[in-house]
Design a protein around this ligand. Structure first.
Ligand code: F6P
Length: 349
């Protein structure tokens, strides 16, 4: 039987296990491929036998709705595509499914260019992969943000507080924008639109004048004040040796306290956004992508990824996604709808 591998690269996202299950079930039921799981992203390639986990239909039972990845994830390991290719050959892998975000899909593309048979599956809660309308994990993260916003509004309204909630998304504001739309935030701050603390203070004062005694602000971790810099988690940036965002909400709280008498509180949803049961939408999307990836490898396709475009899951060149980041379009429909609903982006428009 022909053998393929699968790995889950980068940070985890709800739906990874659904993809693993779907690849294995399609490989077993339909296209007759054996599947080996590579543990901890690309890191498993460097771990000898320890890094490999054979996957069969009974291994993936009950995985559809489980968060995380049974294979483990790794967003620190940096290895060479040539080495991964060598390991694929040693393991007798004819092809590899790389489930990952922009970083992993870039490595996947390099491997394909070296001649490996690779199919990518885009994942990330951030929804910032170019070439696909949506990644699985995003819907689940946004649902969590929306749920938390409603809880925060209950308490903020009772205590007449300004509540700031920081969400993930790296340098893209999709989670903040969609979370604000679904969670009824008053202010949404995204990396694509620099904000002015003065203007946000005015929004809060104007709301008070209209007897709206609370304000809910959703801030993306990558949001910046006009003329300011991204807020980094210095400790973790040093540890990781790469830019780790964190603290944008606290910085804004500090700025607002200096301008207002209101009580201002801030919290970060952090990794709560990454765990838990994927929504039905994400389970379906992940399952469709897994099936297409298995079929694509069975048909000897390479250098492609499973893109979701206009509600169809189709194969697209990996070069559409590799090395690119999809940001929120400040002139786009979602943003325009949010403005029409009265959500402020802290820019005075
Ligand atoms: O890319 C996914 C993501 O969750 C980002 O939104 C966030 O900035 C980052 O990963 C956090 O990574 P870590 O797991 O290293 O804290």
């Amino acid at each position: 039987v022909r053998k393929i591998g699968i790995l889950t690269g980068g940070g985890d996202a709800p739906g990874l296990n659904a993809v693993i299950r779907s690849v294995v079930l399609c490989a077993t039921n339909e296209v007759d491929l054996e599947v080996l799981g590579i543990r901890d992203g690309f890191g498993g390639f460097a771990e000898g036998d320890e890094g490999i986990m054979p996957l069969r239909a009974d291994t993936v039972r009950g995985l559809l709705w489980r968060g995380g990845s049974i294979l483990g994830c790794n967003n620190r390991y940096r290895g060479q595509p040539e080495f991964f290719l060598e390991r694929m050959n040693e393991l007798g892998l004819e092809g590899l499914v790389v489930v990952g975000g922009e970083g992993s899909l870039t490595v996947a593309n390099e491997m394909a260019e070296l001649g490996a048979r690779i199919v990518g599956v885009p994942k990330t809660i951030d929804n910032d992969v170019e070439g696909t309308d949506q990644t699985f994990g995003f819907d689940t993260a946004v649902s969590l943000v929306a749920d938390m916003c409603m809880r925060l509004i209950d308490t903020a309204e009772s205590h007449h507080r300004v509540m700031i909630v920081e969400v993930m998304g790296r340098n893209a504001g999709h989670i903040a924008l969609h979370g604000s739309l679904a969670g009824s935030a008053d202010v949404a701050l995204i990396p694509e639109i620099p904000y002015s603390p003065d203007h946000i203070a005015r929004v809060i004062t104007d709301r008070s004048a209209r007897r709206r005694t609370y304000t809910l602000i959703v801030i993306a971790e990558g949001a910046v004040a006009a003329g300011g810099d991204k807020v980094l988690d210095e400790h973790r940036t040093k540890l990781a040796g790469r830019e780790v965002l964190g603290g944008a909400g606290d910085v804004l709280a500090h700025e607002l306290r200096a301008r207002l008498d209101h009580e201002v509180r801030s919290l970060s949803l952090a990794h709560l956004q990454r765990g838990g049961m994927p929504t039905a939408f994400d389970r379906v999307l992940a399952s469709r992508m897994g099936v297409l990836a298995a079929r694509a490898l069975a048909a000897n396709r390479t250098g492609v990824f499973t893109a979701y475009r206009n509600s169809i899951v189709r194969l697209a060149p990996l070069t559409d996604a590799a090395g690119k980041v999809r940001k929120v379009d400040p002139e786009g429909r979602f943003l325009s709808a949010a403005r029409a609903l009265g959500i402020s982006f802290g820019d005075g428009l």
